[in-house]
Structures are given as C-alpha cells and as structure tokens.
Design a protein around this ligand. Structure first.
Ligand code: TNX
Length: 528
C-alpha cells in the first residue's frame, strides 16, 4: 500500500518520484542541530517505539538518516514544512519548530500503520520516494473541551492533546467555568487588591465541587475537580511541546451560577445562590449595576492572563438569556476593555459582537445571526473562529440512537461528512478574516476520555482537514478512503472512534458503550 496516498489532513503538494523507496534501517539515525533537537527527540521516540530500532540523535547526516533542518528561507508561513524522501534518506525542513512538528506528523503517517503499535513489530519501514511541500490554510485549528460540565484531569487533557496533534490541530480551548462548576483556581488577593472582600478561593472550594447531572449520561453525574494555577501552567507547557496553544475561557456574563454560588457579593441581594446540576442554559447572569461585578471580572481576568502563555483570553458572552440587552451591552463592553487591558486579545462567542470590540478581538461564530460577525470583521478587522454548530459541534449525536451526545442542533445527522463538506469562507467572509476553525466538545453527556474520543473521532479529523487543507485539494470521496485507512492507526493507538457505516475501516475500534447501550433504551433530548 502506498502510504503517500493516505495522508490526513491532505498536504498542499505531494509528488511521487520515480526513484527507489527509502527503507529505515536499524542503523539509521535522526540528525538535528540544537534548535531542532526537541522535535527530533519526539520523532525518535515515535519511531523507536514502533520499530524497536535505536535511532540515536546525531549532528552530521549520513546516507540512510532522517535529517531535520531549520531553514529560514522556506516559504509558506511559520507552520509550513517540506519533506523529501529518496532511497538515500529523508530530509524534513521548516523555518520554525512548529513547522518541523507538523512535518513529523506527516512523516509518521508515511510509514506503515504498524508503526503506531506499542510492541515493536518486525516490519519493513519503507516510504516511497516523494517530495511534499505543505502549509496550513488557517493558523488556528482547534478543539474545545468543556471541563466545566464534567471535569477532565490534567493527565486526561494531555492524552487528548496527544491524539489531536497527529492531525496538526494546534489550539485547545478550555471552557473553564459555567453554571455547574468553576474549574480554575483564583487566589485571594491581599486586602488592598480586594476592596469588597470577595472570597475568590471559594470559586474552586465550592464551584470546583460542582458538575452537571444528566440521567442519560453514564454515569449520570459529571466529574468534579479543578485546576490549580500550577496545573494550568503544566497543561500549557505540555501543550507547547506539541505545538498546541491553550485558550482559557471564563464564560461571562451568563453561565455564571457557580460564581454566584461561591461569591455572595455577586448577587444583588448579597445571598449566595445554590449550586446547580441542571444542563439547562441561559438562566444565570451577573448584575450590571453592581460594582462587585467589575471588580470580580478584573481580578479573575488579571490572574488568568498572568498564567496564560498564549495571546488569547476567551470571555464567553453566549446565551445570556436572562440578561437584559442594555445590561448585556453595558457589562460586555466593560469586560472586553478589562480583557484587553490585560494585554491579551479577547475572544468571545458571536453574541459579543453586539458591543464595540477592541483591536485584535476575535469572534467565535457558533450560532444565530451571522451578520454582526461579518460586519465587525469587515469594519474593524476582528478575525473569526468558525464553529458553526451544524458543521463543527462535536457534542452532537451521530444519529438519534447514539448512546451519548446532544441533539439540539438542526440539520443532522452529524457524521464525518457533515463536518467535512463545508467551507469556512462563507457569508462573505474571506480567508484572511478567518483565524481558523474550532470544534467544541460540550460535555453534558460525556464523562470519560473514551466517551470524548468516540464523539471526537472521526469528526475532529474532518475539521482538521477543513482547517489545514485548501479547498482545492479537498475531496469527500478521497477523504472517506483515507479515513478508512486511518482506522488501523487509531485502533493501534487505542483511540476510540465512531465506526461510521459509510467508511470501509481498515480496523475496528473498541466500542466503549456496550454496557451503557444495553441498559439505556432511549437517550433523551436535552433542551438548551
Ligand atoms: C450551547 S455553544 C452552549 C453551551 C452548551 C451547548 C450544548 C455555546 C456557546 N453555548 O452552553 O453546552 O450549547 O451543545
């Protein structure tokens, strides 16, 4: 089987050469200069695990080696890379470590799927002679994990990062707060910085204990927990080694019941709200004419900005159904200013395009009227992250009898093809106005990484190709064939995926819901 046909996402240029193929020999080495060493180490450990070869890192290149090189001259943007394979060796070049990392993901797929096994197999590790030149269509290629409805540990988040990066996804948006829970530690500032004496430590002491409860989920109640600030730094540091940027979200001014339960002063009557487990949305709000509201948001965003490596802070803005329009505008207008004053670019769900956005703001379009998003993008250059629910929402059921997932979005079923057959440049938006594409995984019904993976894959692979590959090289029939071939790799990695019936899978996944499916006749629709 010619593995150059199976690359996913599909590269911009792949040219098979006439010459003889390259075979990785047990004596081969990975060569790298200092700056490329961490990526070379990652490639080496992947290949060592699969082949059992020693594959030392060396500085000088000999015939038969895999060479990684940073080359400033390479054209195609910071994440571009080129691979040249001859019987003499493999050469991977890029102008940044990120580019090399992307190239390593391609190189990995150029070897036979058995490379992904954890037992070194006695394979023949051959790659056809080929030239590849590749660069992403969009800079931001993301997934969102809702750790508020149900918690995911630091280890679990790292596992999700491990899987997503092989598809060159490079952004992980963490939805850290919601009605049911608050998942990020906010320290009590000294009294000077806390005029109203707000008990910030209660956000996680009380809010960290919360989770959603949905009878059809298995188990019904979500998991609780929270990230210390150090945990959050750890996640980001790990993500950075895999070319992933973390975007933290504090959802404001709706989706705030956990904060209202932890901090009595945020309520007009000064009484803490009870914690809640309902999956319903749009029923909580901050209060526009309470000074504590702004003091709170400033402290939280300042602390979050201080521990966030990336340039973005997501401030939510969605579904503030019980916030009057004027109050919404008054609050969000302040929040975007406070966010911008931290030095970060603010990101918000498209509802927040109702206010005047500061320079560099990013609008995440998910649902509803597209016009304000397109207008703001045209007027002040705000870029857009495209997450239209019907083509990116990874929490939606595959079919009405899916054991987990929600089903409020119209236009389903939502399989790999619905998430593949769309172009982010729509409604008059042009590519340069689009920062990228993100698939959100809301977790009302998701409790474990396996359940998450089942909803994510293969749909997140569709999104990865939509975000990476130009329209001109995309083709649904060809993608379906490549998905089929990918099955074997995913299965060998132990990644759970939905066995889409219209794909000829090269291997079947372990299906994690056998017990759950048998005991649950019907999984109800959750109204949102
Ligand atoms: C809407 S999408 C929400 C979330 C829910 C999700 C369920 C968005 C910005 N808000 O609060 O979890 O639907 O699909």
């Amino acid at each position: 089987m010619n593995t150059t046909d199976n690359l996913i996402p599909r590269p911009s240029h792949v040219a098979l050469l006439d010459g003889p193929a390259f075979t990785l020999a047990p004596t081969a080495r990975i060569t790298a200069a200092d700056a490329t060493a961490p990526v070379a180490e990652q490639l080496a450990s992947l290949l060592r695990r699969g082949t059992g070869f020693e594959l030392p890192i060396a500085e000088d290149t000999r015939p038969g080696d895999i060479a990684l090189e940073l080359m400033e001259a390479f054209d195609g943007g910071p994440e571009a890379y080129a691979i040249s394979v001859t019987d003499d060796g493999v050469r991977l070049t890029a102008s940044t470590a990120a580019g090399l990392f992307n190239g390593v993901q391609t190189l990995r797929q150029l070897f036979p799927a058995s490379l992904e096994g954890t037992d070194p197999s006695a394979g023949t590790w051959t790659i056809p002679a080929v030239e590849i030149a590749d660069a992403p269509r969009f800079a931001y290629r993301g997934l969102m994990l809702d750790v508020a409805r149900s918690f995911f540990t630091v280890e679990e988040v790292k596992e999700q990062i491990d899987v997503m990066t092989q598809f060159k996804l490079n952004a992980l948006h963490l939805h850290l707060t919601d009605d049911q829970a608050w998942r990020i530690e906010i320290n009590d500032p000294g009294s000077a910085g806390n005029p109203s004496g707000l008990p910030y430590a209660q956000l996680t002491a009380i809010g960290g204990q919360g989770a959603v409860e949905v009878p059809t989920a298995v188990p019904a109640r979500g998991r609780h927990g929270f990230y210390t600030q150090q945990d959050f730094r750890d996640i980001q540091a790990y993500a950075a080694t895999k070319n992933v940027l973390v975007i933290p979200e504090i959802d404001l001014p709706g989706h705030v019941n956990a904060a209202l339960a932890a901090i009595p002063q945020l309520n007009p009557d000064g009484q803490a709200k009870p914690m809640s487990t309902t999956a319903e949305v749009g029923w909580s709000t901050l209060t526009a004419d309470l000074p504590a509201t702004y003091e709170f948001v400033r402290e939280v965003l300042n602390q979050l900005a201080a521990i966030t490596v990336g340039p973005y802070l997501h401030i939510g803005g969605d579904e503030a159904h019980v916030t009057g329009h004027d109050d919404y505008v008054a609050m969000v207008q302040q929040f975007v200013r406070i966010g911008a004053e931290t030095g970060k670019a603010v990101v918000g769900w498209n509802e927040f395009a109702a206010v005047e956005l500061p320079e560099g703001a990013v609008i995440q379009y998910w649902h509803g009227d597209f016009e304000p998003t397109v207008r703001q993008a045209g007027n002040n250059g705000s870029q857009v992250i495209m997450s239209p629910a019907a083509t990116t929402y990874l929490d939606q059921k595959y079919t009405s009898d899916s054991p987990i997932g929600l089903s409020w979005v119209e236009g389903g079923p939502f399989t790999w093809s619905e998430y593949y057959n769309w172009d982010p440049a729509q409604g008059g938006l042009q590519d340069h106005q689009i920062l990228g594409v993100e698939g959100p995984l809301w977790t009302e019904t998701v409790r474990t990484n396996q359940q998450a993976q089942w909803l994510l894959y293969p749909r997140a692979v569709s999104l990865a190709e939509v975000a990476w590959s130009g329209q001109e090289v995309r083709n649904a029939g060809d993608f379906r064939r490549r998905l089929g071939a990918l099955g074997e790799r995913l299965a060998m990695q132990g990644v759970v995926f939905q066995e889409a019936p219209d794909v000829e899978w090269s291997a079947k996944p372990e299906y994690p819901f056998a017990a759950a499916t048998a005991s649950s006749e019907k999984y109800g629709t959750i109204e949102v």
